[in-house]
Design a protein around this ligand. Sequence first.
Ligand code: ATP
Length: 298
Amino acid sequence: MMQIFMPLNFLGFVYREIKGSMANIESMFGLLNQTPKIVDKQGADTLNATGGEIQFDVVDFSYHKERPILSAVSFAVPAKQKVAIVGSSGAGKSTLLKLLFRFYDVTGGRVLIDGQDIRDVSQDSLRAIIGVVPQDTVLFNTTIFDNVRYGRIESSDEDVWQAIKLAHLDEFIQQLPEKENTLVGERGLKLSGGEKQRVAIARAILKRPKIMVFDEATSSLDSQSEQMILEAMREVSREQTCVVVAHRLSTIVDADLIVVLEKGRVVEQGAHTALLASGGRYAQLWEMQQKEEGSSVN
Ligand code: ATP
């Protein structure tokens, strides 16, 4: 019986998948009310993603001509490495992600993935290789298990369980009244920010995109949730190129590259230890956060 009902059950899922395949990405940027302005080039190629290497090459961008938002931004992330973008509010971190998804075209320079200018490839093929763990994950009114399966709907139960374990969700699921069959979402159990983010990570593990984007939640999670999210992220980042927009610097000390943005310019880039040693803007931000964390503990 289940074999008959499962596909039917999943029709709704498939429908949402097609209709809302960009839902996470769009909601992440609050773009639902914006009409896409970018059109594919005629005869656009399919992105041939080999490893997921990212390059921002002297990128300029402005939403409105008179106000530059990003100026000459350059950095390169080799395949399977982790880059963290940090900087004050309004520095241009989310804008940089929007350019990676090609929600807008750069006004100068180029964004390359595995050596291909993303303006030359179809948007579908570009977005198919990028997974997102947004700050606030959309949960559908179905079981927690199917919410994870949404990452790749054709996954076997075994694969879904594996993703659940890697995302450190299994212990949580075992405590739920109906375990993996517990309904979540608006009409079901409400999950905390940290739990929702782990659902998003489990989905991402199932999807296994070449490039993974984490938009770190601004609201602070308790340290146990944060630790679990960090471990799950590490699991994902082993095989994928990761781009993390980080608010808490303590979460990205292990990044291969940290790009410090200020007023749309890269003021520093490097690894944590080197940046601290150079005593610049990153070291300043680090010190400020250490003091804040210290005072919130006391
Ligand atoms: P935060 O840490 O607060 O999220 P951020 O570093 O991600 O900030 P962005 O959201 O990239 O910063 O914004 C950079 C600048 O671009 C800001 O001055 C912002 O007001 C402006 N901006 C962002 N989105 C738009 C838009 N759609 N139209 C016009 N200006 C925008």
